[in-house]
Design a protein around this ligand. Structure first.
Ligand code: ADP
Ligand code: MG
Length: 287
């Protein structure tokens, strides 16, 4: 396996307000390979935006490790944090308009985060980004003149301005209808491929899964199961990967729990490096 571009282990994030503590992430594990597109799916309140903010370098982890593109996010100086946010990650915030400077047109919005390189190079990259995201014709338009889908496309172009190693997108399709969302995600993937960037997209919309290499479920601030899609004899097959934490705990997908039809005792049978699970029978003691 290659060096991961994102590696979170036992990631914890606690929000402290005056009288309450909210544990938004409680021991989350996540590993993303360079160029990989990962969808993190979970209900509202499961910690998705918190995860994005931590990887974006906006919130520091309370505990655990988070390494992204060679940076240790738990131990960054302010200077490193600025450089990290400028060079390593691009972030599409949950509400697309929040990403846009209202007094600049679309082209100027994409130019804004670019600092390195010549002006000519920047303009060329901005044109390429608008082109790939299918909004070249809107280059001179202001954010207030864009539809939801167009604003989201522009937000992606801005986040990709500095060719980040990792694109982060928080619910990129939440405000869009199905067809608009699918078209946007297709163009987004094309742009990621051409830029060689990895992506972590968080969503409560399960249909985003089809646009990712891998899907991770997040529940109560913790990753539970992963699904990796692969082709087998022309058919797309889903492989469930279960995550075992350091204490050896595994969370089974709901469908498996239903199939086993039981809580409590489960018989685990180890054969070489394979584990077989059966419904446990408390009465019998034989193998
Ligand atoms: P999601 O994006 O999956 O809906 P969030 O990461 O926004 O989840 O929130 C996870 C948990 O953390 C929720 O219980 C939420 O209420 C809480 N939370 C989020 N942001 C803050 C904050 N700034 N202060 C306190 N609690 C927060
Ligand atoms: Mg959120």
């Amino acid at each position: 396996m290659s060096e991961p571009i994102v590696e979170c282990e036992g990631l914890v994030h606690i929000y402290r307000t005056t009288d309450v503590e909210v544990v938004a992430l409680q021991g989350l594990d996540l590993r993303v390979e360079p160029g990989e597109v990962v969808a993190v799916v979970g209900r509202s309140g499961s910690g998705k935006t918190t995860l994005m903010n931590v990887i974006a370098g906006i919130e520091a982890p309370s505990a655990g490790t988070a390494r992204v593109g060679g940076y240790d996010l738990a131990r960054m100086t302010e200077q490193e944090r600025d450089r990290y946010r400028q060079e390593v990650v691009g972030y599409v915030l949950q509400h697309s308009q929040a990403n846009l400077a209202t007094d600049l047109n679309a082209f100027e919005n994409v130019l804004l985060p670019m600092s390195a390189g010549s002006a000519a190079d920047s303009r060329q990259r901005a044109s390429f980004l608008l082109e790939t995201m299918g909004i070249s014709r809107l280059a001179a338009n202001y954010p207030g003149e864009l539809s939801g889908g167009e604003a989201e496309r522009l937000a992606v172009a801005i986040a990709m301005a500095n060719q980040p190693q990792v694109l982060l997108a928080d619910e990129p399709t939440a405000e869009l209808d199905r067809a608009t969302a699918d078209a946007l995600l297709r163009d987004l993937r094309q742009l990621l491929r051409e830029s060689g960037s990895a992506a972590v997209m968080v969503t409560h919309d399960a249909s985003v899964e089809r646009h990712a290499d891998r899907v991770i479920q997040i529940r109560d601030g913790r990753t539970s199961t992963q699904t990796r899609w692969r082709e087998e004899a022309g058919e797309v097959v889903a492989d469930e990967l279960l995550i075992m934490d350091r204490a050896g705990r595994i969370q089974l997908p709901r469908a498996y729990v239903e199939r086993l039809g039981a809580r409590g005792l489960i018989r685990a049978h180890l054969e070489g490096d394979e584990i077989r699970l059966r419904r446990g029978d408390p009465e019998s003691t034989d193998g």
